[in-house]
Design a protein around this ligand. Sequence first.
Ligand code: FAD
Length: 299
Amino acid sequence: SPRASAQDASDRIKVSFEFFPPKNGDMESQLWDSITRLASFQPDFVSVTYGAGGSTKQPTMNTITRMCRETALAPAAHLTCVGSDKASVDAVAREFQAVGVNHFVALRGDPPEGVGAAYQPHPQGYANGAELVAGLRAIADFEVSVSAYPERHPESPDFATDIDMLKRKVDAGATRAITQFFFDNDTYERYVERVRRAGIYVPIVPGILPIHNFGQVARFSKLCGASIPDWLARRFDGLEKDPETRSLVAAAMAAEQVNDLVERGIDDFHFYTMNRAQLVYAICHMLGLRGAEAVGAAA
Ligand code: FAD
């Protein structure tokens, strides 16, 4: 049964968690409460996003530094190359390396005008994700993860162009791709088949977005080329003023999505936590993972 198969898979299931750097003190305590709670699942790694153009360089650095000093977590720093010359991007990578980072999530980033605006590489910069991966690998033997788009990146005219960029990133030394969020597992499965047919064999780790705020996710989906299936919109329909039910629905839906992926043979998941632990904690628990508290209680 699906339930039993999720339970059987719990030994081999790997998870990673993504956070964004806090903008103020309140957000910082929320972030650290979440990191502490989710750390008990012993994630493969935890990543911290990086504002395009370096807008969050210091907060990202502070968060990563604290992770290195105060936790046993393996941090991955996101790094973007939009709007910067190569020397500055390399210098930031070396700063991260100096505080203990050996893993980067290498991204091109979006133009300052926002997602969808025409992308102009910096004249002395890395032009895309693939060039950034090569640049990072030239600095040190870093582990490098990159992005993948099950529904195509909005700038890609077709899947062939999109998958060609993924291939270039892997050829440049990336060893893992993390997907943009998606809600239809068939879409993901078809994409992975296409990727394999293109001779790309690195893990394509599904990026799971528990829906904390449906309106926000719907707006963001339009920009980044992810689609919201009608059935999904329908599930949140009418719950605008009922946050408690909304979060129950969101947890149930993400668990349903993840369990279905487990049945399809997937055992590695990347969670977009939005710096909140609750939903992701519940989903990981349903996947059969146990946090330190639960393990302690059972002993
Ligand atoms: P690339 O891999 O370089 O290219 C993306 C796609 O664009 C390719 O598939 C390619 O086909 C197409 N493309 C590129 N150039 C051309 C061209 N000249 N002609 C035709 N098609 C082209 N953004 C942040 O600012 N900070 C973050 O921390 C961050 N983290 C992310 C984490 C994940 C897992 C994902 C999926 C995205 C993240 N992003 C982040 C968003 C990302 O920066 C944007 O999606 C950006 O638009 C593309 O960056 P990329 O590295 O995917 O680009």
